[in-house]
Design a protein around this ligand. Structure first.
Ligand SMILES: C[S@@+](CC[C@H](N)C(=O)[O-])C[C@H]1O[C@@H](n2cnc3c(N)ncnc32)[C@H](O)[C@@H]1O
Length: 271
């Protein structure tokens, strides 16, 4: 019989895993990460980070919220549980969307690339949020343009993400021959990027010390969970994960990488 690996209830055939390079942004990677996080999160800071984003936003359970790059769905569900709105998530990973719809039934998850989302989303959103997903968009300008088409008149957009503090792009952390974080935010360029694509910059909240603290703890929790991770993932996965998050923590400690919340408002801006 073909051996199956189980990652917290998810069964993955050995053949599939053997043919697929180990990747943190895969469904299996996100599941392994959730073993060392509070829940099915694949962003820094777990629910503390979600609270930071929402603390400056009105609590309105009827608000329409779009979680862009929703991953396994726990972030969307936490937002709903806290009474911040009715949440739709979008993600380009089909297995993640299937998982999210199975596990977080009170939210709605749709499979689409962000740049195609205006073709599939039928409603307008009062609030858009994105947790550690914007850095992964191939075309951030096109993503912002498209999202401006699904935003309501006075919509707000909060981007919680990694920041390239200088020197990161020329020496990125690599995963399987590609940058692990392809496009972290550039805080000196974000105002223009937003303005050219339908959004006005409101505020930037740097979170570099928080990112250092969160990733220091994540590395420690990964080491503590070595046995559990090895039991539920294919050979080499634990070492891969520990190496990536150690490099990430080092880059943050060296002030090459950090994090921030960028808040924007829908509408034309003049620079
Ligand atoms: C690091 S995970 C974060 C997931 C989730 N926001 C969370 O905090 O748990 C990044 C997510 O962005 C999604 N993503 C990357 N590029 C995307 C794109 N162009 N359109 C939609 N989703 C994308 C990935 O599939 C992945 O689920």
């Amino acid at each position: 019989m073909r051996k199956l690996y189980t990652v917290r209830g998810l069964r993955i055939g050995r053949k599939l895993m053997a043919d697929t390079p180990i990747e943190m942004n895969s469904l299996a990677g996100k599941k392994a990460l959730s073993l060392v996080r509070e829940a099915d999160y694949a962003h820094a800071g777990d629910s503390e980070a979600i609270d930071m984003v929402f603390k400056k936003l009105p609590r309105d359970p009827s608000a329409k919220v779009l979680d862009v790059g929703s991953g396994l769905g726990a972030t969307a569900d936490y937002i709903r549980q806290q009474g911040w709105g009715e949440v739709t998530g979008i993600d380009r990973s089909h297995p993640s969307v299937i998982y999210a719809n199975e596990h977080y039934k009170r939210c709605n998850f749709i499979h689409t690339d962000v740049v195609d989302s205006s073709l599939v989303l039928k409603e307008r959103f009062d609030l858009l949020v994105s947790f550690n997903a914007f850095y992964a968009f191939d075309d951030q300008a096109a993503a912002l343009q498209t999202l401006s088409h699904v935003a309501s008149h006075e919509s707000k957009f909060a981007i919680f993400d990694y920041v390239d503090r200088g020197g990161y792009a020329s020496n990125p952390i690599m995963e399987n021959g590609k940058p692990f974080l392809p496009n972290p935010l550039r805080l000196d360029k974000i105002e223009r990027l937003l303005a050219e694509n339908g959004w006005r910059l409101f505020t930037i909240e740097p979170l570099h010390p928080h990112f250092a603290d969160w990733y220091g703890k994540l590395v420690e929790r990964t080491k503590d969970a070595e046995e559990a991770i090895k039991e539920s993932t294919p050979e080499g996965f634990y070492e891969h994960m520990l190496s990536l998050y150690t490099q990430l923590h080092d880059a943050i400690a060296d002030n090459r990488l950090g994090g921030a919340i960028v808040r924007a408002v829908h509408g034309k801006a003049q620079l």
